[in-house]
Design a binder for this molecule. Structure first.
Ligand code: HPA
Length: 278
């Protein structure tokens, strides 16, 4: 059998012994964005600690639990806190939560993160809709024996971020009067922030924002055939562009500052996305 799949199913069975909620949309809340879940009509919650075999995050500000509930009429599962590759987990563990939410029934994966802005014209506090990504600086979560039950050996990645969901993002931002940037997200391993030279490289490669999560999760979700949408909250200008050194506190503070705009956009988008689900 496949070890990764067995572990996933073990976690899934542990969840199902405790919660029977079936989500349509899975929402991953990035650094400083976790309190979005307070606006969800909560039906149940489940601490990661209470799921057998589940990887538990160690980062401050990443409370670890699933929240099950409704945004409007749309059943969602929110991840309040994710695990990162830099914490020392195998990539297959980093993406296990996303795979688990797919098993629970989620059709759409809504990824959010805090990221550093790389392109000129970006400002701390901007929101960026992900239109593409560069995942080549982290190991693929698909390395190892392929599990056909999850997806095919050589999955296509030509449209990781779903076109229809990008259109929904644009439409909702326009309705809310939010200036929504768009661009490519590049994932580095972290945990150190980039050097100015690495940021310069990222810009040459076509990145608009850099961070330490998301792209690997999108690869795993795309492998499983989920429709994916992503928003980066530009919490700072990346190293060499920012006038001052970076700190985790600064990243969390700016994420807090954009929270109202972020919440409004995510809520509106989920309501629209719900209409596209079966
Ligand atoms: N770099 C990498 N990850 C980040 C940053 C950054 O500048 N800001 C928030 N997450």
């Amino acid at each position: 059998m496949n070890e990764v799949y067995d572990k996933l199913m073990h976690c899934y069975e542990s969840v199902r012994r405790q919660v029977d909620f079936v989500p349509k949309v899975a929402l991953v809340l990035g650094s400083g964005l976790g309190d979005y879940a307070e606006g969800v009509r909560v039906e149940a919650s489940l601490d990661y600690h209470n799921i057998e075999g589940f990887p538990v995050s160690t980062v401050p500000g990443h409370a670890g639990r699933f929240i099950f509930g409704y945004v409007g009429e749309v059943p969602v599962v929110c991840m309040q806190g994710r695990v990162h590759y830099y914490e020392g987990y195998a990539m297959s563990d980093v993406v296990l939560p996303v795979r688990l939410m797919r098993q629970m029934g989620a059709q759409v994966l809504f990824l959010t993160n805090a990221a550093g802005g790389v392109q000129q014209g970006m400002r701390a506090g901007d929101l960026m809709l992900l239109t593409g990504q560069i995942a080549s600086f982290v190991p693929s979560p698909l390395i190892g024996p392929n599990c056909e039950k999850l997806g095919t050996r050589f999955p296509d990645m030509s449209e990781i971020y779903n076109r229809d969901l990008i259109l929904i993002g644009r439409k909702c931002a326009a309705e809310l009067g939010i200036d929504l940037k768009e661009g490519t997200y590049l994932q580095f391993t972290g945990p150190a922030y980039e050097s100015p030279q690495e940021v310069a490289m990222a810009r040459i490669l076509g990145a608009d924002a850099v961070g330490m999560s998301t792209a690997c999760e999108a690869v795993a979700a795309n492998h499983m055939g989920m429709r994916i949408v992503g928003i980066s909250c530009i919490s700072n200008l990346a190293s060499g562009i920012a006038p001052q050194p970076l700190s985790h506190e600064e990243v969390q503070k700016s994420a807090d500052a954009v929270a109202p705009k972020f919440k409004a956009l995510v809520t509106q988008m989920i309501k629209e996305i719900g209409k596209t689900c079966r």
